[in-house]
Ligand binder design. Sequence first.
Ligand code: ZN
Length: 214
Amino acid sequence: MRKERILPWLVELSRVNAASLAEGRPGDLPNLIYELRQWLDLEPDEPLNAEVRALEKKPARLQALVDRVAELLGAVADRKRFHADYSSGSVILDAGKLGSEGGRALSYRDANLEDAVVRVALDDLYEDVDAALRIQRCAEPDCSRVFLAERKNQKYCSHRCANKTASRAYRRTHGRERAERERARYERRVRERTASNVKVARRPRARGGALTGD
Ligand SMILES: [Zn+2]
């Protein structure tokens, strides 16, 4: 997987709902698993390949991985600590791959897939600190999801959330003024309507209504 694609992909991964992906369009789950294998850059002979393939029939296992990534990215977004315990495994440096585009020089032969996912994700965050610091949590309280900001000071995940916050703030500060303006407009409209009824109808009853209405 190309370097600039990695963190956006991790953020996408952290939002995956494995159960609905499994029930959704037929290609979606296999595609995600294919990308997962590309991202991990597993060697063909690695035992973890079998565990990755098995995810297709085990959405709950996939969800556990996704939740772990979401926990890690949430900690990055909130600038908090993230803790991971390693079970057994080994790390191999393949110096022939150092600096090569797309291939990982470090490969983790972890005992389980979850450890591998966490280690590789930590690696990626550490390797591209500038991009990692663009991982933010949306400031709109109803959303508060983790996103990859395009600009450093971007507070909202989308225009929708920015607009939502702006209009809430506007309502809060302008609420009373607007209520008064609307009441005045309503009263003016009632007066005008009553007055025009008087002109058109020219009936004693209507005039009487207008008089009492005033
Ligand atoms: Zn948002």
